[in-house]
Design a protein around this ligand. Structure first.
Ligand SMILES: [Zn+2]
Length: 276
C-alpha cells in the first residue's frame, strides 16, 4: 500500500495541549460519542464507558507539530449535517455513510480497515487527536485506503459545549494540527463528541474550514449492547442515513463482529456506501 509523502508544514506555536491536557487525559474518562444530545433532546448523559487514551502527548513533541492550518473558513452552519444529501447533494439516492469515531486504535482499526477493504467500502473516520498522535501509522493507513479522516477534537471532552470558547478552539485546532502532522489531508469535516453542538462549536468548526457532521443511525455500540442489537439498529438504516460506529475508546469487538455481517448485508440490500 503506497502512502503519500508528507508535505512539510510550517512550524506552529507550542500547542496549548501540553502537560495540562495530558494530565486531564490521564485521569479523564471519556464516553463513546453516541451519547447524543440531538438524539435525546437534552444534554448528553454522563459517560458510562471508559475511553482508554493512548500515550499522552509529550510537550516537547508538541513543539514539533506543524504550523497553523492555512484555514479556509467555511460558512457557519446553524446545525450539523444529519443526512448525506445535506452535504453531498449529488450522492446516489441509495447512498449510505459509515462513520467511525474515537480511534485510531491499534487493536480494532486495522481489523476494521481490512473489513472495509474486503467489501470495497470507503468510510469516514472521526479521529481523536491524542489517539492520532499515538498511532500516526494508522492515520496514514486510513488515508492511504481512501477513507476520510475527520476531526473529533484533541481529547474528546464531554460536554464540549461547556468548555470556554478558547478551549473549544484549542481542542479543534490542536487535533487539526496533529492529523495533518500524521500525513493525512487537512480535515474538512468535524464531529463534536457526543453530538454536542453550540454556536461556539459551530463557529469554531467553520473557522477551521470544517463542516459539522452528526448522524442519524446510532446503535450505541460503544455501550456494548450486544452484537444482535448493533446489527438490528444498523440494518434499519434508510437511504441517505449517516451511521455511527466506534473503533476506539474501549472494547469494540461487538462493533466489529456486527459489521462483518452488516456491511455485506447492506450492500446486498442495494445501498451505495459513500464517504462523507
Ligand atoms: Zn466520540
Amino acid at each position: 500500500m503506497s502512502i503519500s509523502p508528507r508535505i512539510p508544514q510550517p512550524r506552529r506555536r507550542l500547542l496549548a495541549w501540553t502537560a495540562a491536557g495530558a494530565a486531564s487525559l490521564a485521569v479523564g474518562t471519556l464516553a463513546g460519542c453516541s451519547d447524543s444530545a440531538h438524539a435525546s433532546g437534552g444534554a448528553a448523559p454522563e459517560p458510562s464507558d471508559s475511553f482508554s487514551p493512548g500515550a499522552p502527548l509529550n510537550p516537547s513533541a508538541a513543539a514539533g507539530l506543524p504550523g497553523p492550518m492555512a484555514a479556509s473558513p467555511v460558512a457557519v452552519r446553524s446545525k450539523p449535517v444529519y443526512k448525506i444529501h445535506d452535504l453531498l447533494p449529488d450522492a446516489p439516492s441509495d447512498a449510505i455513510a459509515l462513520t467511525i469515531d474515537d480511534g485510531p486504535n491499534p487493536v480494532y482499526t486495522p481489523q476494521l480497515l481490512a473489513l472495509l477493504r474486503k467489501y470495497d467500502i470507503q468510510a469516514t473516520f472521526n479521529v481523536v487527536g491524542s489517539e492520532a498522535h499515538a498511532h500516526k501509522d494508522l492515520i496514514r493507513q486510513i488515508a492511504a485506503d481512501g477513507h476520510m479522516v475527520a476531526n473529533h477534537t484533541m481529547t474528546h471532552p464531554q460536554p464540549l459545549s461547556k468548555r470556554t470558547a478558547a478551549q473549544i478552539d484549542a481542542e479543534i485546532a490542536d487535533a487539526q494540527s496533529v492529523i495533518v502532522d500524521c500525513g493525512a489531508p487537512t480535515p474538512t469535516l468535524f464531529r463534536s463528541p457526543g453530538g454536542d453542538w453550540s454556536p461556539e462549536i459551530l463557529a469554531a468548526s467553520a473557522k477551521y474550514g470544517m463542516v459539522p457532521i452528526d448522524w442519524d443511525v446510532d446503535p450505541r455500540d460503544w455501550s456494548r449492547p450486544g452484537v444482535a442489537h448493533i446489527t438490528q439498529k444498523l440494518m434499519a438504516a434508510r437511504p441517505g442515513d449517516i451511521l455511527l460506529c466506534h473503533d476506539g475508546g474501549g472494547d469494540r469487538s461487538q462493533t466489529l463482529e456486527s459489521l462483518k455481517s452488516v456491511l455485506p448485508a447492506l450492500k446486498a440490500k442495494g445501498f451505495t456506501f459513500v464517504r462523507l
